[in-house]
Design a protein around this ligand. Sequence first.
Ligand SMILES: *Cc1c(COP(=O)(O)O)cnc(C)c1O
Length: 396
Amino acid sequence: MKKLLELEYIPFSRPYISQDEIEAVIDTLKTGWITVGPQTKKFETRFSQYIGSKHALAVNSCTSGLHLALIAAGVQSGDEVITTTYTFAATAEVIFHVGAKPVLVDIEEDTQNIDPEKIKAAITNKTKAIIPVHFAGHPCAMDEIMKIAQENNLKVIEDAAHALGAKYNGKNIGNIGDFTTFSFYATKNLTTGEGGMITTNNDEDAEMIKSLTLHGISKDAWKRYSSEGSWFYEINNLGYKYNMTDIQAALGLGQLEKFDWNQKQREHIVARYNEGFADIDEIIRPVTKPDITNANHLYIIRLKLESLNIGRNDFINELKEKQIGTSVHFIPLHIHPFYQKKYGNFPIAEYIYERVISLPLYPTLNFGSVDRIIGAVKDIIYANKKTLQFKISKTA
Ligand SMILES: *Cc1c(COP(=O)(O)O)cnc(C)c1O
């Protein structure tokens, strides 16, 4: 039978690029200066003002940001770095890249953030740093983590790929640990297509990171082709090619300007989801805690599988049939083939992973779509309630 009404597909994620941002990129292309230069400098300045950090260093991804932060933190071959299993590949792979060993630990059930008690238990005399990940935009327990770091002389590198706009005890994320790295990947709250930023309040570390982003070359290497520059440069450190381009920075500047408005839209959508799911006992909504501002990067529902006759994967397939895109954050690292032989089990991460679905959340998602998503989730729940199924089988 031919469908009478073709439902429009709601993608899981969609960047919002306004006309001014498109024009800013075009303007940059026309200036003739397309790689790292004045726009990147300006973006760094604006970004550090926004966060309130002393320094902001632009890079080509959050992954390279994490890598450089580890180097600046002095993490070396033979060292150990504690992080969560409940994260993306980037967080842990960079630890291998500096020759150190990632020590994975389990999460808190309510926030899905790294559990400070499990950090404490994982510390050895080889531990050099902790990488907490502010999962989905909900800040980690930073008071506890900073205290553990101080007592054990460890560096704290925050993976804030989800957390631009988040606050902890009134402080912006980006201004707490030794280093914080942000992602401007296409799906993140602020995007430059690909890109990232490292914030720090330490002058020497900032100088080091800046040099490492461009081959370890002396200060302001990019200026060598400008009218103020000179052909002469010196390689002072073993560097990388991790710089941002001015094309990206022009987009980033525009994104930063409308960032607060974007965050407000996310807040409204989250509030609508929360309200829509309030009376559904089979779903656990994202946790909210006092003294934090959530960056609302992801809206994740948790299914109470014990009261349902449908698993998470089939639930996702049914949403897909209803033209709704979703995702799962995250497949715990220790489950992936590369990590499997190296780590044990992390029961909370595994328990959560089997039950979660990330629903669409972005500034241009209109309430009509949000309501359609809520309705679709409810329909699937109603059709698969265990109690309902029981009654039907009794009368059958
Ligand atoms: C996206 C993401 C990264 C990597 O960001 P890139 O900018 O793509 O390198 C790192 N950590 C987490 C938790 C992420 O979600």
